[in-house]
Design a protein around this ligand. Structure first.
Ligand code: PLP
Length: 402
């Protein structure tokens, strides 16, 4: 914590592994590998698991790892100390958060979300509503209509801040304030916010939030999710997945459930120690960067990508809002041949991704993406799109994971 602050890109680029010849514009889906990860995981495997064996739960503090890591993430999302805990996947954490919020508004039946939300969030809400079986309804509006759709019928406003497809960003402060004035609780999904832009959960008065750590936070595939519960609710939250690790005294092995104090009750079962060790090595970098600097770099790089692509490839239609305040850290273009064009780009070392039906996504992760990457990527995009390279048959084959 007392180490010197790192300058974004100038100091941080060298802390990541990227294969030669790759321009990586998919850090919004799976962040790049921090060089400190292999060594850290190796140490945890050999010195902790290998030598300490079961004792490591105490001697290596495995038991407190979920809240220790939660506190490091809290700093990046403007959360109070002790209000964030790690575990499971984001799908489970939004389930728990939504369940807790619905429980606090027993008289209201509407969960309000939007058509830009990520499908798993919507599926989880459907499943939860069916399980509760009390006639709740998931109501979806267009993203622009969310604010005017808030009313005193709504129990929970359930949104992802940054749209995974378009990069459009909701005004979290404004929507949370309006929701609060109507007695609506908020559950914010920060999948495309944490590590991408400054978030101020405590400042805006959010009730619940969750996010994943394998996107901009570079925790690696399968890195655990985080969940936030505002301290004003934490001791009253009813837990839907009441597992033993969220019990007040897990090692008393009581037959009945009694929730732990605070956000720790959102823990479910045994934490993924090895996966979280990788995330901790990544957070060694995050602890030392200024998220405002990350944001300023991200916006400048995104502006550059937009300008270069629009100049070179008029057939790509920008779907990300131009206004800085209205977007996250990705740039998306609609293009009919988008899937094939992305395959052709990947074959040329420019890794972005594709989201149905026609969106080409380019994520900007300024810790390891710089201006020369953006300029080179724009040249290659021009080659592929302008030169009609994407029409070749080998780029039309659709993979299972896009
Ligand atoms: C990436 C993402 C998820 C993924 O959930 P997992 O349970 O980690 O697979 C969920 N919601 C949003 C908004 C996402 O962007």
């Amino acid at each position: 914590m007392f180490e010197k602050q790192l300058r974004v890109y100038d100091d941080t680029r060298a802390l990541f592994h990227l294969p030669a010849g790759v321009i990586y514009l998919d850090g919004n889906s799976l962040g790049a590998l921090p060089l400190g990860v292999p060594q850290r995981v190796d140490r945890v495997i050999k010195a902790e698991w290998g030598d300490e064996l079961i004792r490591a739960w105490n001697t290596a503090d495995w038991y407190v790892q979920p809240r220790r890591v939660g506190d490091r993430i809290a700093r990046l999302i403007g959360a109070e100390r002790g209000s964030v805990v790690m575990g499971d996947t984001l799908s489970l954490k939004v389930y728990q958060a939504l369940a807790a919020a619905l429980d606090m508004r027993p008289g209201r039946k509407i969960v309000l979300s939007d058509t830009g939300n990520f499908p798993t969030d919507l599926y989880i809400a459907e499943g939860l509503i069916a399980t509760i079986g009390r006639g709740h309804q998931l109501r979806l509006t267009a993203p622009e209509l969310v604010e005017m759709s808030l009313s005193d019928e709504v129990a929970v406003l359930y949104l992802t801040e940054v749209d995974y497809r378009t990069g459009r960003r909701h005004d979290m402060a404004k929507l949370t304030a309006k929701a609060r004035s109507l007695g609506i609780l908020t559950v914010w999904d920060l999948a495309h916010s944490a590590g991408a832009l400054p978030v101020n959960l405590a400042g805006v008065g959010a009730d619940f939030a969750a996010g994943c750590s394998y996107k901009y936070l570079n925790g690696g595939p399968g890195a655990p999710a985080f969940v936030y519960v505002a301290p004003r609710h934490a001791d009253r939250t009813r837990v839907a997945l009441s597992g033993w690790m969220g019990h007040a005294k897990p090692f008393a092995f009581d037959l009945g459930y009694a929730p732990a104090a605070g956000v720790e009750r959102m823990r479910v079962g045994t934490p993924p120690v090895l996966a979280m060790a990788a995330l901790e090595a990544s957070l060694d970098i995050w602890d030392r960067v200024d998220i405002d600097e990350v944001r300023a770099r991200s916006l400048a790089l995104a502006d550059l990508l937009i300008a270069e692509v629009e100049r070179r490839c008029p057939s790509l239609k920008l779907v990300t809002p131009r206004a800085h305040g209205e977007r996250g850290s990705q740039v998306s273009f609609a293009f009919d041949g988008g899937y094939a064009a992305m395959q052709a780009l990947i074959a040329r070392g420019v890794i972005g991704d594709f989201r149905a039906p026609d969106i080409m996504r380019f994520g900007i992760a300024p810790l390891y993406v710089g201006e020369t990457d953006i300029l080179r990527a724009a040249e290659i995009i021009e080659e592929v799109v302008g030169g009609e390279v994407w029409r070749r048959p080998e780029y039309q084959v659709v993979n299972a994971v896009t």
